[in-house]
Design a protein around this ligand. Structure first.
Ligand code: SAH
Length: 346
C-alpha cells in the first residue's frame, strides 16, 4: 500500500486522478494530514464515505502509537516513545525554551555508525524511517502538547544522511507552506560526517542548519570515538562543511561532546581552534552523557569551563549545551534502549 503521508501535494494530485477523483481532493486530504493532523481517513469529514473507503483500501495512513511519555520535573522536557506499524519503537524529545518549543526526532530505527559513547547504536541498525514516520513524531508531539512546534532538530536516534532520500522528502513536507510550514531556518540536521551526502545536501541549497558531530580535533582521536572516521578523513569532512557554507551561506554548527580525560584538555582546545578558525561556525559543547555500557565519564565542570574559555579567547562562537531532562533517561537513545531491554526480559 502507498504511504500517503509521504507524498507531496503534486504526487497526491496525480494519485487522485489515477483513482478517478477530482484533483482538488488532494488538497483537502493533504490539509487533513499535514495541518489538521488527523490520524484516520474517517476523520476527513469533507470527503464522501465512498471516497474514504476507497482511500482505506489503497493507501496506508501512517500514524505512530504513543507508548510512553516521561516528563522531567526539572525543566519540563518530555521524552516520547512511539511504536511504529511494524512493532519497532523509536523515541523523540520535546524541549521547551523561551524562544519556542523544539522537537528532536529520530531518523532511523537504531543506527549503524557505532559512535563509542552513544546508546542509539549499541544494537545496530534496524531500518531507516519513512518521511511520514519522521513527520508524525512532530505531529503527535504538537497534538499532545497543544502548542506549536517552532524548531525541529534531527538529532535523535539514527544518522539522517544514511537515510538521505527519506530525509529530503521529510524536509520538503515539513517546511512546505501547505503543511506545518516550519521555516527551513528552524530545522537542524545533525550528521556524524558522511562526506558525499553532506555535499549532496549542500547542492540542494536549502536554508537548514547543518550540524557536524566533530568530537575530536584530530583524525587519530576521532577514529577512537567515531568509527565513521575510518571511512572519511577529518580533512574531507571539514572541506564538506566549508562547501556547505559556500553553497548555502548557512553557518555550520559543530557538536563536541566533552569526554573526561579523552578530548577535554587545553591541548585539545588549542587543536580545535586551529581546525575551525577559518570556518564560519558555532561550537556546541555537550558534556557527554555517560551510558552504562561504556566507561566514558563526563568532564568535570572546571575542565568544561576552561575548554570554553580557551575557544572564546580565540574568537570562536561557543556555547555549552544546557543539559535537559537529566532525570528522564537523558542520553540519546537511552529511553528506547531501556524499554527494549525490559521487553526482552519479559
Ligand atoms: N547521527 C547524527 C545524529 C544523532 S546523534 C550525528 O552523529 O550527529 C546527535 C548528537 O548527540 C551527536 O552529536 C552525537 O555524537 C551526540 N551524542 C550521542 N550520544 C551522546 C552521549 N552519550 N553524550 C553526549 N552526546 C552524545
Amino acid at each position: 500500500m502507498i504511504d500517503i503521508k509521504s507524498l507531496t501535494l503534486p504526487e497526491l494530485q496525480e494519485e487522485m486522478e489515477k483513482i478517478g477523483e477530482k484533483k482538488f481532493r488532494a488538497g483537502q486530504i493533504y490539509e487533513w494530514m499535514h495541518v489538521k493532523l488527523v490520524d484516520s481517513f474517517d476523520e476527513m469529514t469533507n470527503l464522501s464515505k465512498g471516497l474514504r473507503e476507497k482511500l482505506k483500501e489503497q493507501y496506508e495512513l501512517i500514524s505512530l502509537e504513543l507508548v510512553e511519555v516521561q516528563t522531567s520535573k526539572i525543566d519540563e522536557t518530555s521524552k516520547f516513545l512511539f511504536r511504529l506499524s511494524d512493532g519497532n519503537v523509536i523515541e523523540s524529545v520535546l524541549m521547551k525554551y523561551h524562544h519556542g518549543n523544539s522537537v528532536c526526532i529520530s531518523s532511523q530505527v537504531g543506527c549503524r555508525m557505532g559512535c563509542r559513547f552513544c546508546a542509539s547504536t549499541l544494537d545496530g541498525l534496524e531500518r531507516g524511517l519513512k518521511p511520514s514516520e519522521m513527520l508524525d513524531q512532530i505531529y503527535k508531539i504538537q497534538k499532545w502538547s497543544q502548542e506549536r512546534v517552532h524548531n525541529v532538530v534531527v538529532m535523535g536516534t539514527g544518522e539522517p544522511l544514511d537515510n538521505y532520500d527519506s530525509l529530503l522528502r521529510f524536509i520538503h513536507l515539513l517546511t512546505d507552506e501547505g503543511g506545518l510550514h516550519i521555516s527551513q531556518r528552524n530545522l537542524t540536521v545533525s550528521t556524524c560526517g558522511i562526506v558525499p551526502n553532506m555535499r549532496r545536501l549542500a547542492d540542494e541549497k536549502l536554508q537548514i542548519t547543518l550540524a557536524l558531530s566533530l568530537h575530536a580535533s584530530s583524525q587519530e582521536k576521532r577514529k577512537t570515538l567515531m568509527p565513521v572516521a575510518y571511512k572519511f578523513d577529518l580533512k574531507d569532512v571539514l572541506d564538506a562543511c566549508r562547501y556547505y557554507f559556500e553553497q548555502t551561506g548557512r553557518r555550520i554548527t559543530f557538536e563536541y561532546s566533552l569526554v573526561g580525560g579523552v578530548n577535554d584538555s587545553s591541548e585539545d582546545a588549542r587543536e580545535l581552534t586551529e581546525l575551525v578558525k577559518d570556518l564560519n561556525c558555532h561550537i556546541n559543547l555537550i558534556p557527554v552523557n555517560p551510558i552504562k555500557e561504556r566507561d566514558y565519564v563526563q568532564s568535570d565542570s572546571r575542565a568544561i569551563l576552561n575548554f570554553k574559555n580557551k575557544l572564546e579567547k580565540s574568537g570562536i562562537n561557543v556555547t555549552i549545551r544546557r543539559e535537559m531532562g537529566r532525570d528522564i533517561d537523558g542520553a540519546c537513545g537511552q529511553l528506547r534502549k531501556s524499554y527494549m531491554d525490559t521487553e526482552k526480559e519479559r
